[in-house]
Design a protein around this ligand. Structure first.
Ligand SMILES: Nc1ncnc2c1ncn2[C@@H]1O[C@H](COP(=O)(O)OP(=O)(O)OP(=O)(O)O)[C@@H](O)[C@H]1O
Ligand SMILES: [Mg+2]
Length: 277
């Protein structure tokens, strides 16, 4: 055996979700065996239409389902090599995994800076370290520095999304679960926010799981993607391969062969048949 050039060990994923099932209200089965992994230092997209189960998947990971009367009834979730299903959301944040909620939840009556500071509540490393990280957030989001004293409720949608991401950064995360950052924002702002996500990934080593309906932008910034339909992963692959996949082009990117077509216009059985064939 020649051991001179051993193959590199496969990178350990920071997150792996294994065959999870989620039920709301004891009866509504929403996730039907979802598995995915996010490599350490990766950006992975979780794509799918309205109601596919993206938010449910993220909330299952960050343990926020209880508030919704939801429960993981099968499978397991492993973050940095350890099962995390029984941890509280705060304990998970302390370990480095935090969710940025859909709809950019900010405390509207607090200033932008106070919103950011609330993100540091799980930290025990002192005020000086927290101030340093606030400066870092302002480096990545110069707009927030300008608006630091403004009441968050009166800032623009883009600024609120930035505040929500900045707030998550204040917990010093290793991984951010980012739910629909593009929602309701103008294309230029979406681009600006995704560029910042990319920089945070490259420069700060933060791993991302991005839930998005905006397939186009998500597949340009992610390295790998999963497509969720009615609570099941129906397709996954390298972002580049997904961008070139005819079905993805047709149903999610709106650039199919027969002219622009809305995903909603296509009969569901046809789509399933092609992907599962
Ligand atoms: N608390 C709840 N109780 C019962 N059903 C729920 C609850 N939350 C979500 N659902 C259902 O679960 C399914 C998946 O919803 P989810 O919000 O995870 O989808 P999504 O992919 O995030 O959609 P969107 O793109 O609209 O945000 C939907 O059918 C939804 O109606
Ligand atoms: Mg959602």
């Amino acid at each position: 055996m020649n051991n001179a050039n051993p193959a590199p060990a496969p990178a350990t994923p920071i997150l792996s979700v294994n065959n999870i099932e989620v039920i709301y209200d004891h009866v509504i089965l929403v996730l039907k065996g979802v598995s995915l992994t996010v490599p350490t230092g990766g950006i992975t997209a979780l794509l799918g239409a309205n109601g596919a189960g993206k938010t449910t998947t993220l909330k299952a990971i960050s343990n926020l389902l209880h508030a919704e009367r939801g429960e993981v009834t099968k499978g397991n979730i492993i973050f940095e090599g350890q099962q995390v299903q029984s941890l509280s959301p705060n304990e998970l944040v302390r370990r480095g995994c935090i969710q940025v909620m859909e709809g950019r939840h900010c405390f509207g009556h607090l200033s932008v800076e106070d919103n950011l500071m609330t993100g540091a509540f799980t930290r025990r490393d002192g005020n000086a370290a927290i101030r340093d990280d606030l400066d870092l957030v302002y480096q990545y989001f110069p707009r927030l520095k300008v608006r630091r004293a403004s009441q968050a409720g009166y800032t623009s949608g883009g600024e609120q999304q930035m505040t929500a991401i900045g707030r998550a950064l204040m917990s010093k995360p290793k991984m951010i679960l980012l739910d629909e950052p593009s929602m309701g924002l103008a294309p230029q702002l979406v681009e600006e926010i995704f560029e910042i996500v990319k920089k945070l990934n490259e420069e700060q080593g933060v791993s991302f799981l991005l839930a998005e309906q905006n397939t186009n932008v998500a597949l340009r910034f992610a390295k790998y993607g999963y497509i969720l339909e009615s609570g099941r992963i129906v397709l996954d692959g390298e972002a580049k391969a997904l961008r070139e996949n005819e079905d993805v082009k047709e149903f999610y990117l709106g650039i199919g062969g027969e002219g622009r077509k809305s995903f909603k216009d296509v009969k569901h059985y046809k789509r399933r048949k092609r992907w599962l064939a």
